[in-house]
Design a protein around this ligand. Structure first.
Ligand SMILES: Cc1ncc(COP(=O)(O)O)c(C=O)c1O
Length: 386
């Protein structure tokens, strides 16, 4: 059924929200515009002092000693993998994540091995990692998906038991905590993205944070043409630098991050309270020891309990003017680029790709928009629950 047909089917065409509520909204405030404008006026546009300050401030905020700013989360992952994992080694990675978490393993000459996710948190667990691990495994990449940290204490025991290296994909987890500690404190490195929909943005951008000066220095070298001193190149490197304009915006956004995250959490709480009264929808489960920062508010549809599938529910919500996302419509094991990887059983993550969708939770939702969103969810569940 199309969205239009759904809308007519519910109530003759009148949507709950009078206009489309977007899944994300970017707002750049006056102070941030002024910071970028100052860079434009002073004329130093390439990486410089502001990038250094932004890297230091973000690393400190994330619980790490060093930060290396780059021009995307993808670049951050690529460089961290090059700096942390032994060359050519096998690395465990979540089967339910953004493509770059695993594609950058391939790009950096490593061998990804997919790990199934938990049904309710959508995150990898040590039990699942243990099932995928082999004698050749040298590393693991857990993902703090949608802003929810993995169980880091258990992962740390797992990596220490088997002498593995660990890089966390924290692209969606700015400000997230596990057992009260910022997630960037842990592991050999953590990688963030500052893409516009993220909890904070630099336009495009990313950051690797680490406690290890050796990893930091290697990443700084690789991101800047392998140049150890001016026009002296000691490694094959890249240009993955962040510009001063991006860093100026990042410094401004970092000041608003706490407030944005608290708003995301308050919005998520309202959504969860409302959804707990509805049949057939299951939000991402959140263990009590983590501080989730709700990059996305994701939930599962109880397939078989509705008169339509996930795409039908999404179309019905869209017809009510609530934009939805599907993160992600395919598990990595279902992607053509990973078809050569050894086939293993990954039932939870493959099933999840058919059930999951996201609804707006961003900090710029008004009270009214949040109410409309809840009314639309309620209306759709009442109309289509069997
Ligand atoms: C989990 C995850 N990892 C990595 C990335 C890549 O970040 P970027 O888009 O900044 O390259 C993203 C971006 O969406 C992501 O969500």
């Amino acid at each position: 059924m199309t969205g239009q047909t759904e809308r007519l089917a519910i109530d003759g065409g009148r949507s709950i929200a009078p206009y489309k509520i977007p899944i994300s909204r970017v707002r750049i405030n006056r102070m941030e515009r002024d910071l970028v404008d100052q860079v434009m006026r002073n004329g130093t546009l390439r990486e410089g002092q502001l990038t250094k300050q932004f890297s230091e401030d973000f690393a400190k905020y994330s619980g790490a000693q060093y930060g290396s700013a780059v021009n995307s989360g993808t670049a951050a992952l690529f460089l961290a993998y090059c700096a942390v994992f032994p060359k050519g080694s096998e690395v465990l990675v979540s089967n339910f994540t953004h493509v770059s978490t695993a594609s950058m393993l391939v790009a950096s000459g490593l061998k990804p091995k997919l790990v199934d996710t938990d049904e309710d948190t959508y995150l990898i667990t040590c039990e699942a990692a243990e099932k995928s691990r082999s004698a050749a495994t040298k590393g693991v990449v857990p993902v703090h998906l949608f802003g929810e940290p993995v169980q880091i204490r258990k992962i740390s025991e797992f990596v220490s038991d088997y002498h593995l290296k660990v890089v966390y994909d924290a692209a969606q987890a700015h400000g997230a905590l596990c057992d009260g500690t910022p997630v960037g404190f842990f592991g050999d490195a953590s990688c963030y993205s500052f893409y516009p929909t993220k909890n904070m943005t630099t336009g495009e951008g990313g950051m690797v944070v680490t406690q290890d000066s050796g990893v930091f220095e290697r990443i700084e070298l690789l991101k800047n043409q392998g140049q150890s001193s001016k026009y002296w190149h000691t490694a094959i490197g890249y240009n993955f630098r962040m510009s001063e304009m991006q860093s100026a915006l990042g410094r401004g956004q970092l000041q608003s991050l706490e407030e944005f995250n608290m708003k995301r959490r308050a919005n998520a709480k309202k959504l969860s309270d409302a959804i707990s009264k509805l049949e057939g929808l299951h939000p991402q489960e959140v263990p009590p020891n983590v501080f989730h920062v709700f990059h996305q508010y994701s939930l599962k549809v109880d397939l078989g309990r509705f008169k339509m599938d996930r795409d039908g529910i999404v179309a019905a919500l869209e017809a009510e003017n609530v934009s939805c996302g599907v993160h992600y419509p395919h598990a990595l094991s279902q992607q053509p680029i990973f078809s050569q990887l050894p086939k293993t059983k990954l039932p939870n993550s493959e099933a999840l790709s058919k059930m999951i969708f996201s609804i707006p939770v961003h900090p710029h939702l008004s009270e009214k928009e949040l109410d409309w969103e809840i009314q639309a969810l309620t209306k759709v569940v009442y109309a289509y629950y069997k």
